[in-house]
Design a protein around this ligand. Sequence first.
Ligand code: BMA
Length: 315
Amino acid sequence: MESSSRSHSLFRRYEGNPILRPDQWPYPANSVFNPAAARVDGRVLLLVRVEDLRGFSHLALASSDDGLTDWEIHPEPVFLPDPERSEEHWGIEDPRVVWCEDLGQFAVTYVSFSRGGPLVSLALTRDFRHFERRGPLVPPEDKDAALFPRKVKGRYALIHRPIVRGEAHIWISFSPDLQHWGDHRILLPTRPGSWDCHRVGLGPQPIETPEGWLVIYHGVRLTASGSLYRVGLALLDLEEPWRVIRRSPEWVLGPQQPYELVGDVPGVVFPTGALWDRETDELRLYYGAADRCVGVATTRMADVLDYLREYGEEE
Ligand code: BMA
């Protein structure tokens, strides 16, 4: 099959999209989007970014047995900005979640908005109701971060997206203790001229597969009528994750549906949660649509790996 047909048929949107909308919320919300995803005791939990009517964000919890229907929305926010913490002055946004073997807890990396700009903070949780804040990991301006689910060669690893010299590439950094970060390297740069030429940023947490760490990322092109946010894929070496094995030349999901084209920010597909069911091989991608609501799209991991083997560019 021609590569473009393959890229654009890899993910299938759930026909019941959008699965979460602001009008379903138990309290006034402008938008509900960019959720992290986890499976806990057989249920799917989404830690959802909710923007209130002042324009500040916090995190709320939605849960469902099948991860598609019958969402139960917790009546109150579960993670609010702490007024004592200067880094959370203008709210908290866009969480990513990963089960961390070494910590025996879920690690939530989220964007906290300080007066000095957005930066990445870490909180640990087991139940998504109680959170232990570990504070900022990196200084502003930085976003779109997740830890790896295990240490790599004895070190914690973090993918993140600092802005350096006005450039927005995806970086990887390492730490012995989750506090001191170093060995910083550019991992996935923007590609001049391409659909991901202006900005790139990590989507959900990196996922360990037999062929490498799967990284799902967003790429941005600025157009005459605003930014277009689309989704690309990359595979990293399992033991040397700063080595990119393959990267999709084309986007695999882009704004097409009305709920992705109309919202506070039109033309945005922004994946932040992923669940891979190893038994059925289904890979689900939870994403924010147009900074307004939540959608889900699915594929099979085997198809993703085949696609990258066949069409991915070697770096
Ligand atoms: C990014 C983040 C996301 C947002 C996206 C599109 O920079 O701020 O929270 O969904 O832009 O507006």
